[in-house]
Design a protein around this ligand. Structure first.
Ligand code: FMN
Length: 203
């Protein structure tokens, strides 16, 4: 059966560099994987009063798509030296219900940041990976994929948008590292660890 990787953009704007990056990253997937895309525009701010049985339809669908994906690939901006609220909000929704297990637990993830800055972006990347891991997920430690001065890195290749060679190499590597995690049994170990943690808490 074909596995899928869910591509998420941390920017909602129409011309987002990061959304454009998800399309390029998706094209580097091996044939055993298919890309899935989910637009985060309709995800409301997290509100525990609106969670549970009556969770918003967009959130139910997001959780289903994360659950069904073998792994998640984020392309996100850095906002004020941190992840955008859109990204944090997705992690908040996806990390509930905390017990017995939610869609984040054991889920492999890797990420890239496209920024207009020449020097920034890595804080958003490391913060996203830290939050994902501490919510029970599994982010690839490598590579630190930050596309700096991003507007200058996109190129046209016969009518299809791509990246200049070094940036394309880094994105290809980031996706390949995620696929390797998905193909390993690292996620199973994490899920088992989670269940033993839950069992310890309830005994
Ligand atoms: C509210 C806000 C805060 C920003 N803060 C940062 C920042 O801390 N670091 C950075 O590298 N770029 C920052 N930027 C610039 C982004 O790199 C730039 O807007 C980028 O194009 C956003 O990604 P997008 O094209 O996918 O929307 C910020 C932009 C906005 C709108």
């Amino acid at each position: 059966m074909t596995k899928s990787i869910l591509f998420l953009s941390g920017s909602l704007r129409a011309e987002s560099l990061n959304t454009r990056l998800t399309a390029i990253a998706a094209r580097t997937l091996p044939t055993a994987y298919e890309p899935d895309f989910f637009d985060l525009s309709d995800i409301p701010p997290y509100n525990a009063d609106h969670d549970g049985e009556h969770a918003p339809a967009s959130v139910v669908e997001l959780r289903r798509r994360i659950h069904n994906a073998a792994g998640v690939f984020w392309a996100t901006p850095e906002y004020n030296y941190a992840v955008p609220g859109v990204v944090k909000n997705v992690i908040d929704w996806a990390s509930r219900p905390i017990f017995p297990q939610n869609c984040l637990v054991g889920k492999p993830m890797n990420a890239a940041v496209a920024t207009i800055s020449a020097t920034n972006g890595v804080r958003s990347l490391s913060e996203l990976k830290r939050m994902w891991n501490t919510s029970g997920g599994l982010s690839a430690p490598l590579p630190d994929c930050v596309i700096t001065l991003a507007p200058t890195k996109f190129i046209d290749e016969g009518g299809i948008e791509s990246l200049e060679p070094l940036s394309l190499k880094m994105i290809t590597l980031a996706v390949a590292c995620l696929v390797r995690l998905c193909d390993s049994n690292a996620s199973e170990a994490l899920v088992e660890n989670w269940h033993s943690y839950v069992a310890a808490l309830s005994s």
